[in-house]
Write a protein that binds this ligand. Structure first.
Ligand code: NAD
Length: 428
């Protein structure tokens, strides 16, 4: 599976690998290897200086056999149709493994949002909806925020859709601000979901959570709540987190061998997850190289920043003490590194299982929008725990019964559920 950096080719290769293990019908494979629908549109936006700029936008609907498509919209200068296709495909598998009644979709605009004023961003968001509103909706395809987009942008998009359709329709989009149709628990959902799956994996691997240590890459939304959950809920010790320092233009690891205080570090981090290293130093933290997190003598590694961080080279720096890798980030481990981890008996919590807490609470948001009745934080998180625990157990069961690597087992569970839904609907 080595050799490609094209995300969509990688998604297809991962699928092909498991389809072969499952002896899947070649015609079914042909359907699942490609998105069912792809939209490419151009969005003219009036800029503040009254010129017009035209942006390329995409919405890809990979598969909606199990329910409306679901997936974020990214605003990124390096966005490509293949990245959006890959992410839409992975959303199909993520929703299926989490067992929520949704399919896979993703959107994107080629733009660096940091170069736009607030009003330009609002016009771009409204323009995106004007281009695609006929093909999205609570029963068709439900977007959400992703890289470069925010809850405020989701609020504008929901408003534009509601105006076009002629009625208030909060369920067209999730990740909306609280008070504007958003769900309590969404902020913590992905990080806490990571911790719920770690807790279950520790039971299976007979590890005592209170005696376990973890090293985390990143200190954004996922990492912050994974660190808080690991210390507060599991009573384990997180020895370091890392972050990208925008002043020095390089990453640092912020560590304390007796255990970091995630709430304190969150209080000295900015909205982008960059830590004030002087304040951290003053509080007794060591500031080390950006990749130091990877070689710590800990029980659990939690990559929660970027894709491709554990690769053929870096995987060899992992300490022999590490027994588990919990993938908070999307695609943090390359296929080459997977082989090494497999050979060294490291237990993997694959990304589309481990970080599915975010989409699960997004689904809860849609449910609450439909009911027009909103849950407490505790209710949302306790329902999330139930879903994540069930998802973990179905993947573990598959892994044990098929003697399959956890990543392959997660694919098997997901593909099996999507194929079943297509059969039930008479598509195949
Ligand atoms: P974020 O932007 O809030 O945080 C990213 C963190 O990574 C920041 O602390 C940043 O400083 C750090 N970082 C960036 N480059 C780094 C580097 N080279 N070395 C070390 N740290 C670095 O992002 P997030 O929402 O926490 O998402 C993190 C990952 O989790 C992404 O892969 C994302 O796709 C995935 N994910 C997020 C969610 C969610 O709900 N937020 C859901 C599923 C998956």
């Amino acid at each position: 599976m080595a050799g490609t950096t094209n995300a969509f080719e990688m998604a297809q290769q991962q699928f092909d690998h498991v389809a072969k293990l499952l002896k899947l019908d070649p015609q079914v494979c042909e359907l699942l290897r490609w998105p069912m629908r792809e939209f490419h549109f151009r969005i003219p936006v009036r800029m503040d200086n009254s010129s017009i700029r035209v942006f390329d936008g995409y919405r890809i609907q990979h598969n909606d056999a199990r329910g409306p498509c679901k997936g974020g919209i990214r605003f990124h200068p390096a966005e490509t149709i293949d990245t959006v296709r890959a992410l839409a495909t992975w959303m199909t598998w993520k929703c299926a493994v989490a067992d929520i009644p949704l399919g896979g979709g993703k959107g994107g605009v080629i733009v660096d949002p940091a170069t736009l004023s607030t009003s330009e961003k609002e016009r771009l968001c409204r323009g995106f909806i004007q281009a695609i509103w006929r093909n999205i909706g609570p029963r068709q395809d439900v977007p959400a925020p992703d890289v470069g987009t925010t809850p405020q942008m989701m609020g504008w998009m929901m408003d534009e859709y509601s105006k076009l359709i002629g009625q208030y329709t909060p369920g067209v989009i999730t990740g909306k601000p609280l008070g504007g149709g958003g769900s309590l628990g969404r902020t913590e959902a992905t990080g806490f979901g990571v911790v719920y799956t770690i807790r279950e994996a520790m039971k299976h691997n007979k590890m005592e959570p209170g005696k376990c240590t973890a090293a985390i890459q990143g200190f954004g939304n996922v990492s912050q709540y994974a660190a808080i959950g690991f210390t507060d809920q599991l009573h384990g010790k997180v020895v370091c987190v890392s972050y990208w320092d925008r002043d020095d233009r390089k990453p640092y690891t912020v560590s304390k061998s007796e255990g970091i205080d995630p709430i304190f570090l969150k209080s000295i981090a900015d909205q982008y997850g960059s830590i004030d290293k002087e304040k951290a130093r003053a509080a007794g933290y060591s500031i080390e190289d950006g990749d130091a997190w990877l070689s710590k003598d800990v029980d659990v590694l939690i990559p929660a920043a970027l894709e491709g961080q554990i690769n053929g080279e870096s995987v060899k720096k992992i300490s022999k003490q590490v027994r588990m890798v919990a993938e908070g980030a999307n695609g943090p481990t390359t296929p080459e590194a997977d082989e090494y981890l497999k050979a060294n008996n490291v237990f993997i919590l694959p990304d589309f299982l481990c970080n599915s807490g975010g989409v699960t609470v997004s689904y809860f948001e849609g449910v609450q929008n439909d009911m027009n009745y909103y849950w407490s934080n505790e209710e949302a998180l306790s329902r999330l725990d139930t879903k994540m625990t069930q998802a973990f157990n179905s993947v573990l069961e598959m892994s044990l019964s098929e003697s399959a690597f956890m990543r392959d087992a997660a694919y098997m569970v997901a593909i099996d559920r999507v194929v079943k839904a297509m059969q039930l609907r008479g598509w195949i």
